[in-house]
Design a protein around this ligand. Structure first.
Ligand code: TYD
Ligand code: MG
Length: 476
């Protein structure tokens, strides 16, 4: 057997080196490399040196009929959470839940455990960060202190597995958080990649052998990655992230990976004094408080997974005093904004190079769809011209570099949602989709058509040139 060597492991991405260095070549992190004892895998060591025998068993694929076809699921009792997991927790599956500190992960999981325990299932909540008293205080605040959830403050994985194995295996076990766990099989410090990986491995093995659904909470670094255990992401069945802006009370649970259900599905919550409340109709929430008169706002008919979501896009275009005008974006891709600006200049006949441009997606939502291009362009043109867009119109469509407006997926679902929320018109790419008579659709071929349409409307009142904000008209 080869001589054991010390290894150096990057704590942020898990890359392994044979000597220390200041900067990780894999993730470019500085000072992230720490010396660790090798052979960190839970079953490495003696087992690895045993002579190999054919001990595995094989099963025929076609023999799996009956109840095995559908993964057995345990609904959590929180509809928005079940939507993201794909209809409930799968028995024996492991979910990694990431999110910024203070975003509400512990609150969400306490509510889910209480809801499940209320239906008579055994649920265990293991906190490695808070004392039992603190967890109980939170439950009291949420009005859930009377639910039969088993609480423990424990960080040693062997002890946890031992405790959970007594009696009937729990339906759900929550580990808050994986970074605080440690196992005796490796001697690195808790929180290091080796510890996190080995602890996760033990807990995953526990889940698979007992059928308990396990949720691991993972902390997130400043740039949004689950800290340390990127490696854990490959080992678990599902990865979900809990997002939101500290300044807003909306929280979005997003499936990033899911072996048993859809990805890019979202659940929407609102943080209230009494914990997280489900938001069954997020479009209404994101459009609440909209100023219909203001120039520079357009409603985008977007999709998040299978769910249509209407949001307001706000743009402010103002003459710049700077040699290099500012471009600031919140909630959208800055590169995409640069592209839309370039296309508007090249094919829409609009000069924006002397203007600062600010773009914001209302409500703290983050959108990644190219289908938002058309709504962004409309908001920009509206702000520049000072003409408010018609309040009852929604926009969607991707803009190509030639200025052509390209079709996007799921147009019918977008139209249906717009109609449900009382919109009268949709500006969209050409396509075969038609809405009911209540919603008029206008197909656009080219960005110039849209610019001409807005110019034809003119500034809402008066028409006193560019950047005239109609809201301030009464004052002057
Ligand atoms: P927490 O679940 O502890 O976050 P995490 O586990 O992700 O670190 O949530 C903490 C935040 O939630 C805290 O800032 C206060 C807020 N909060 C409420 O607004 N209402 C509530 O009922 C609870 C329990 C927390
Ligand atoms: Mg917490």
């Amino acid at each position: 057997m080869a001589k054991l060597q010390q290894t150096f492991v990057c704590q942020s991405c898990g890359a392994v080196y044979n000597r220390w260095r200041g900067r990780c070549e894999a993730c470019n992190g500085w000072n992230t490399i720490v010396e660790e004892t090798p052979g960190g895998g839970v079953q490495a060591g003696p087992a690895a040196t045993r002579p190999s025998r054919a001990r595995g068993r094989v099963f025929p694929l076609e023999g799996l009929t009956g109840e095995a076809k559908q993964a057995p699921r345990i609904p959590s009792g929180i509809a928005e959470l079940d939507r993201v997991t794909g209809g409930g927790f799968v028995r024996g599956s492991v979910i990694l839940l990431g999110g910024d500190p203070g975003i509400g992960k512990s609150t969400l999981l306490m509510q889910a455990s209480a809801a499940m325990a209320g239906t008579g299932q055994r649920v265990a909540y293991i906190s490695g960060e808070e004392a039992v008293g603190q967890v109980r205080l939170r439950a009291e605040r949420l009005g859930l202190a009377d639910r039969p959830v088993e609480l423990a403050a424990e960080t040693n994985v062997e002890d946890i597995v031992e405790t959970l194995s007594q009696g009937r295996p729990p339906a759900l076990a929550i580990i808050d958080s994986i970074q605080t766990m440690w196992t005796e099989t490796v001697d690195s410090a808790p929180g290091t990649v080796t510890q996190v990986r080995s602890s996760a491995q033990s807990l995953i093995r526990f889940a698979k052998t007992t059928g308990t659904a396990v949720i691991l909470v993972g902390h997130v670094t400043k740039d949004g990655q689950i800290a340390g255990p990127r490696v854990v992401e490959h080992m678990v069945d599902a990865v979900a992230s809990f997002e939101g802006d500290q300044g807003h009370h909306f929280r979005i649970l997003r499936a990033v990976k899911n072996r048993f259900g859809p990805t890019d599905e979202i659940g929407v919550f609102e943080m209230t004094d009494g914990g997280l409340a489900e938001v069954p109709n997020p479009s209404a929430l994101f459009l609440a408080g909209r100023d219909h008169q203001a120039a520079g706002t357009a409603v985008f008919a977007g999709m998040e997974g299978t769910r249509p979501l209407l949001v307001e896009i706000q743009a402010l275009v103002a003459p710049s005093a700077l040699g290099m005008p500012r471009r600031a974006v919140v909630g959208w891709d800055p590169n995409r904004l640069s592209m839309v600006l370039a296309v508007l200049e090249a094919h829409g006949g609009i000069r924006l190079s002397g203007h600062d441009v600010y773009l914001n997606v209302a409500g703290g939502l983050r959108i990644s769809e190219p289908a938002a291009d058309l709504a962004v362009a409309a908001a920009l043109v509206s702000s520049l011209s000072g003409a408010a867009l018609p309040a009852e119109t929604v926009y969607f469509g991707e803009i190509g570099l030639s200025g052509a407006i390209r079709p996007v997926a799921q147009a019918s679902a977008r139209l249906k949602e717009a109609q449900k929320l009382g919109f009268a018109k949709a500006l969209m790419p050409q396509g075969r989709e038609t809405a009911d008579r209540a919603l008029a659709t206008e197909s656009l071929r080219h960005i110039a058509d849209m610019v001409a349409g807005i110019a034809a409307n003119g500034p809402k009142r008066g028409g006193r040139g560019r950047n005239h904000n109609p809201r301030y008209e009464e004052a002057d």
